[in-house]
Design a protein around this ligand. Structure first.
Ligand SMILES: Cc1cc2nc3c(=O)[nH]c(=O)nc-3n(C[C@H](O)[C@H](O)[C@H](O)COP(=O)(O)OP(=O)(O)OC[C@H]3O[C@@H](n4cnc5c(N)ncnc54)[C@H](O)[C@@H]3O)c2cc1C
Length: 398
């Protein structure tokens, strides 16, 4: 075990997974700080769907590791089980050619998939009624997690492994000495550190600005809902129903979870360090929109009342890919952010890779394409000055 100290700022799933992986590696002292309780950001609000069928080689290779780790964590974390129901990615004839072009990538990377027409999908999942034109790209390894099980189980395991989790302690500043990271300052004092990992999602730039760093990352409000228990539980996969503008999955207690994009809504600027996601709201009409978009596809939804609403943020980088790795000009500073709507899906591998960067200086998957250093400062400034709607950023689901 080394004498080094790593501070992780942000106790969402990315920060918790990083702490867990560092502790498993026997990395000295690991301190995780959150301004609220763990999971207080978007993590507890996620639908937590995962598919391995992404759009870049780095993404596909990283997700392969996440899919393996979710299964391993099922055995490791008491009270958590990965729901391995598969993930069905739906397309219409207009959107299919772009995805079909990625099939050779999936084959090359060993990411399994099946292409299903509407008739085959109806036979496999009789409760789903796809339009004749729909094409299904089925990921047999995909599925989902319940954040309410996963987050406390992962935090418990971190504590067992010796991670110091400090809740309700906001990081106010990053400390530099001789050009490298020396620690953080919170309201209660200074914590000296050899490495600082920021996993702050919507709040990332607020802290990075303290060291004159800004990333071209924007936040957008996103919402998902859970029904009352259905007359009978649905035996269906998680479905990224792109032509219907959202997604569905089974949910604990024989319920259905559905999420919908608000494409015209302008970005959410996070301008105060004490900003809290409870300040966000979504129009009630979105629930009616889900019903109107999805009822033909899932007829059981017609009579189901809504029981739970969750509203949070998604963060997107200018090029649509995650930002993960060390900051070249500030040794000791590491960042994980901008996981589009897939940060829950990425979290096991994000945590592994961030821990590898901190402890080993190299990673088991080449994620140079996700480097925080890849952006031009002038382009970043003009990107951040514009105000965009979600439909204007790269649209990537889970
Ligand atoms: C409705 C909804 C549905 C989603 N569905 C999916 C899905 O199906 N699949 C998927 O993969 N992803 C999904 N996502 C995205 C996913 O939730 C996020 O990508 C993921 O949770 C990001 O985790 P994180 O740990 O990076 O950030 P967060 O969970 O947001 O954690 C950041 C933490 O930083 C803390 N913090 C902020 N400032 C400070 C400070 N100064 N000091 C200390 N702590 C601070 C916050 O309190 C917060 O807990 C969804 C998101 C939403 C909103």
């Amino acid at each position: 075990m080394s004498n080094a100290t790593a501070v992780i700022v942000g106790g969402g799933v990315t920060g918790l997974s990083t702490a867990y992986q560092l502790a498993r590696k026997g990395y000295g002292r690991v301190v995780l700080l959150d301004k609220g309780p763990v999971g207080d950001g978007s993590s507890s609000r996620a639908a937590a769907i995962i598919t391995g069928l992404l759009w870049s080689e780095t993404g596909v290779l990283a997700r392969k590791v996440s899919l393996r780790l979710f299964r391993e964590l099922s055995a490791e974390l008491e009270g958590y089980r990965f729901q391995d129901v598969g993930c069905l990615n739906l397309f219409d004839p207009a959107s299919w050619p772009d995805r079909a072009a990625l099939l050779p990538l999936y084959e090359r990377c060993g990411a399994p998939f099946e292409i299903l027409d509407a008739a085959e999908m109806r036979v496999r999942w009789p409760e789903l009624h796809p339009r004749d034109e729909f094409i299904g790209l089925y990921d047999p390894l995909g599925g989902y997690s319940e954040p309410d099980d996963y987050i406390p189980a992962l935090a418990r395991k971190c504590r067992e492994l010796g991670v110091e989790i400090r809740e309700h302690e906001r990081v106010e500043d990053l400390l530099l000495r001789g050009g490298r990271v020396a620690g953080v300052r919170t309201a209660t004092g200074i914590i000296e550190a050899d490495a600082v990992v920021t996993t702050l999602y919507g709040w990332t730039n607020l802290l990075l600005e303290r060291v004159d760093l800004r990333l071209p990352v924007k936040a957008f409000v996103h919402q998902r809902y859970v029904t009352e228990p259905l007359p009978r539980p649905l035996a269906i996969p998680a479905v990224n129903a792109n032509p219907l503008g959202g997604y569905i999955r089974p949910a604990a207690g024989g319920r259905l979870l559905a999420g919908i994009e608000s494409a015209d809504r302008l970005e959410q600027r996070v301008e105060r360090p004490d900003f809290h996601l409870s300040e966000l709201s979504a129009p009630e009409s979105l629930k009616d929109q889900i019903r109107s978009n999805f009822t033909d596809y899932v007829p059981l939804l017609a009579s189901a009342g809504w029981a739970i609403d969750k509203v949070g943020l998604l963060t997107f980088a200018m090029d649509g890919e995650p930002v993960l790795g060390p900051v070249g000009r500030i040794p000791g500073l590491f960042i994980g952010v901008a996981f589009h709507s897939g940060g829950f899906a990425y979290n096991p591998v994000s945590g592994l890779l961030l821990a590898e960067f901190v402890a080993d200086g190299r990673t088991s998957v080449d994620v140079s394409a996700f480097s925080p250093d890849r952006f031009d400062p002038v382009e970043t400034a003009s990107y951040l000055d514009e105000t965009l709607a979600q439909k204007h950023v790269v649209r990537r689901r889970h």
